[in-house]
Design a protein around this ligand. Structure first.
Ligand code: C2O
Ligand code: CU
Length: 429
């Protein structure tokens, strides 16, 4: 059986069935902005990478490196990216993970465009409308191509940085799995950030791998400033709490360097690739600790529009596994009926993790809001995500507005699971 996610095989068969009745993506183009145009060139190519542990890796790179270049733009900019494929035989695309681009720019091979073949090019254009930490990766046979190295960070800076953040040091840290090697910003060793006591650092953590990473922060209290690019309302100080970041998710931490000593952010699962902030003596390493929960983190907004919510549609997605196939409602990709919505509708989706591992579930083209976990409504800040980490037996209700017409994928961002069937479509009628 062929359950390959966004593979050539799927684009030639299964995916076309979905597009027959729905809005053709090519007709939906980039929005308007008066902001400046920011142009980038990304060339995908096979590269023998020299790693900083002395080893080499057969990688697929953007502009000769993996991760590819960090793209930094400002809210309101028009982003224009020329993708060239030098010699990746299966073709490549770029998906702008977390950015709600028009469907035609979403980079889904076989759905929104054909994969860009060797010697070909494709220009993406979209407006960077919401500030935040995002990332990009190929979406042609993504479980293979992301692991081969075709990914990078894209940061949308706010148009007017708040006074609070203007003096903050902005550091991004992208974790990826290149074949069997874990890298942090392309390094096998970790990351050192200079700084003095009292400095504030905004650490943008991105999990570009396939497994959940639990981060510990030793040496200073910290705040979860944003999740998946969306600011938390009045985030409180945390200490000795582990931050679980699912595959595909981003967390921005705000950390003030202490009077003496360093802060060390560690990947608890691998005990490797530390991020060291500041100088001085090493902090006492913590062992474990409580897991961060967004259920009661931050404070609610006043005049929250959600109080009036009445969903027009609801769906339930049971994420599970049968034998070697990953499933949604007991079926895998080709057999899963699309969620069909109409523009303007309020959509309630219940996600149930029935086992087979962590399932960080990602919706393309839409930001959703988490309403409840295990039947308990969220009590703190509103939580807006594009990828929700679900663990076994957890049940979440999320809500999204059908405000971006087109054909969209929704899938587990353990890309191995996605390619083994845990993928479906969200289509507009
Ligand atoms: Cu980052 Cu379809 O995914
Ligand atoms: Cu999964």
């Amino acid at each position: 059986a062929d359950h390959l996610h966004s593979s050539g095989a799927v684009s030639a068969t299964g995916m076309h069935d979905h597009s027959a009745t729905a809005v053709p993506c090519e007709a939906i183009v980039a929005g308007e902005t008066s902001g400046p145009v920011r142009q980038f060139d990304l060339t995908a190519a096979r590269t023998v990478l020299q790693l900083d542990n002395g080893k080499t890796a057969d990688a697929w790179t953007f502009n000769g490196s993996s991760p590819g270049p960090e793209l930094r733009v400002k809210e309101g900019d028009r982003v224009v990216v020329m993708l060239r494929n030098k010699d990746i035989e299966d073709g490549v695309t770029i998906h702008w993970h977390g950015i709600n681009v028009p469907c035609s720019q979403d980079g889904i091979a076989g759905v929104t465009q054909n994969a860009v073949q060797p010697g070909e090019q494709f220009t993406y254009t979209f407006v960077a409308s919401a500030p935040g930490t995002y990332w990009y990766h190929s979406h042609q046979m993504s479980s293979i191509q992301a692991k081969k190295g075709l990914l990078g960070t894209i940061i949308v800076e706010p148009k007017e940085p708040s006074a609070q953040l203007s003096s903050v040091k902005d550091v991004s840290a992208l974790y990826q799995q290149l074949g069997s090697t874990f890298l942090l910003n392309g390094s096998t060793k970790g990351l050192n950030v200079q700084g003095d006591a009292g400095d504030q650092v905004r650490l943008r953590l991105t999990n570009g791998g396939n497994e959940t990473i639990n981060f510990s922060v030793d040496g200073a209290p910290f705040q979860v400033f944003a999740m998946d690019g969306h600011d938390v309302h009045e985030p409180g100080l945390l200490d000795g709490v582990l931050i679980p970041i699912g595959a595909g998710q981003r967390y921005d931490l705000l950390i003030r360097l202490p009077e003496s000593g360093k802060v060390v952010v560690r990947n608890q699962s691998a005990k490797s690739l530390p991020i060291t902030l500041g100088s001085g003596s090493d902090p006492e390493p913590s062992n474990g600790g409580e897991m961060f929960s967004f259920v009661d983190y931050g404070t609610p907004m006043q005049d929250d529009p959600l109080r009036k919510l009445k969903p027009d549609r609801s769906f339930e997605l049971k994420l599970g596994q049968s034998l070697f196939v990953n499933t949604i409602n007991g079926r895998s990709f080709h057999e899963i009926p699309s969620m069909t919505v109409k523009e303007g509708e309020s959509v309630l989706i219940t996600l149930v993790n029935e086992g087979g591992g962590d399932h960080p579930f990602h919706f393309h083209g839409h930001t959703f809001r988490v309403l409840s976990k295990n039947g308990i409504p969220l009590k703190g800040s509103p939580v807006y995500l594009d990828t929700l980490l679900t663990k076994k037996d957890e049940i979440y209700e999320v809500y999204l507005e059908a405000n971006n017409p087109g054909l969209w994928m929704a899938h587990c961002h353990n890309l191995g699971h996605a390619s083994m069937g845990m993928s479906m479509m969200l289509n507009y009628e």
